[in-house]
Design a binder for this molecule. Structure first.
Ligand code: NAD
Length: 375
């Protein structure tokens, strides 16, 4: 089985393989071919791939005879000419926003697999690219906030007087939010956090931060399928807005990470709430790609409103390309090796497997995923 690793397009720094995963695939009996300069943005030289026994070559050389094609982002189908019919294409394919591209894979006879649709089951935890990349994004959001903030995070008692600690508020305590709390604590900030899922309260406390929760609206658990949040009732949203208003005015840094799968991100901070913060405060909106949690946030930009810097963060994992590539590459390896048939020396993907059903998009020239057929 030959595995091709593609060089990503402009703007993407990550690579779908690192030397370690090349070695592991080789140990399974696979042959790995890496497109020239694929690891450049992630500080992996071609010579490192070669030392791990990969062949390095042009796009057409690596595609020739490959049974599996690995990528971070789904490549344009026109750039995959020469790929074998029936080859597996595995990466973050963004199926709902890039339906035409997915149709293109079907037309090319490729079996496309969208890693971001990995089900949230224990068996698939090590294959979950959303978690591995969100964790890094949560860390980077705090580092970026600290860089944009004109004051220090930790309390400092100096001969010239005391510097007070920054107050950091994290809204949305999933994978990114938990890492943001941990990072802000490490930097010495006073940290508080909120979520709609009551299970997060204990997690916030265990990281030494203060939970800020809506307590007076009964009967809302906030937890939907697969551990994800659901949309909240109007009554809850109103109570949350009031709670946030009084709290936010006293914060220096706010990191928002709230997402609801399949829906635009919930609006958590209004322009009036931004105006209530003191000048020099910083908000990082990690949901900027999904419509934003913060009124006035612009994707990929720093904007200043009422003296407050609002960072519309997009794909922060890209700015930690080496670590992000290593984790993404291991997610890909963990997926493929779990289905590796040693005797046949290839990946065997049973049609009725929960993981396969969730992430397979195309097969035999057709769209086969229910989520896409329904869209
Ligand atoms: P996410 O990125 O979908 O959302 C981020 C957070 O925003 C969530 O905690 C969500 O509850 C919160 N949120 C949504 N609406 C909100 C609102 N109006 N106000 C405040 N917060 C709001 O979530 P995620 O980071 O992907 O993680 C969600 C859960 O899934 C976590 O409990 C995580 O541990 C779990 N998880 C399980 C697996 C697995 O078992 N394989 C893998 C990854 C994550």
């Amino acid at each position: 089985m030959k595995i091709a690793v593609l060089k990503e397009g402009a703007g993407e720094t990550r690579c779908a393989a690192i030397a370690e995963t090349v070695k592991k695939f080789t140990a399974l009996g696979a042959e790995v071919a890496v497109e020239r300069a694929a690891g450049e943005g992630a500080s992996v030289a071609d010579s490192e791939f070669e030392a791990a026994d990969a062949k390095v070559g042009s796009r057409s050389e690596v595609l020739k005879g490959a049974g599996i094609i690995l990528a971070i982002n789904g490549p344009d189908p026109s750039t995959l000419r020469g790929a074998e019919k029936g080859a597996l294409l595995v990466g973050a394919l963004d199926p709902l926003r890039r339906r035409d591209t997915i149709d293109g894979y079907a037309a090319a006879g490729l079996d496309a697999f969208a890693m971001e649709w990995m089900p949230r089951i224990t068996r698939a935890q090590s294959m979950d690219i959303l978690s591995s990349q969100s964790n890094l994004a949560g860390y980077k959001a705090v580092v970026d906030a600290a860089a944009a903030y004109g004051r220090a995070f930790p309390m400092m008692m100096t001969a010239a007087g005391t510097v007070s600690p920054a107050k950091v508020f994290v809204m949305g305590v999933g994978v990114a939010g938990l890492q943001a709390i941990a990072t802000a604590k490490r930097l010495g900030a006073q940290v508080s956090a909120t979520d709609v899922r009551s299970a997060t309260k204990e997690q916030i406390q265990s990281l030494g931060a203060k939970p800020i929760f809506v307590e007076n609206v009964a009967g809302i658990e906030g937890e939907g399928a697969g551990g994800y949040a659901t949309e909240m009732s109007e009554e809850y949203q109103k109570a949350q807005a009031e709670l946030v208003s009084s709290h936010i005015a006293k914060q220096d840094i706010v990191i928002t990470t709230a997402l609801i799968p399949g829906r635009p991100a919930p609006r958590l901070i209004s322009d009036a709430q931004v105006a209530s913060m003191r000048a020099g405060s910083v908000i990082v909106d990690l949901a900027a790609d999904a419509g934003g949690n913060v009124e006035g946030a612009v994707r990929g930009e720093h904007v200043v409103k009422h003296g407050v810097t609002i960072i519309g963060a997009t794909n922060l994992a890209r700015s930690l390309a080496a670590d992000a590539s290593a984790l993404f590459a291991r997610n890909l390896y963990n997926f493929l090796s779990a289905f590796w048939d040693k005797e046949q020396g290839k990946v065997v993907l049973p049609d009725d497997d929960e993981i396969v059903k969730a992430i397979r998009l195309t097969q035999g020239g057709r769209i086969v995923n229910e989520r896409l057929s329904a869209a």
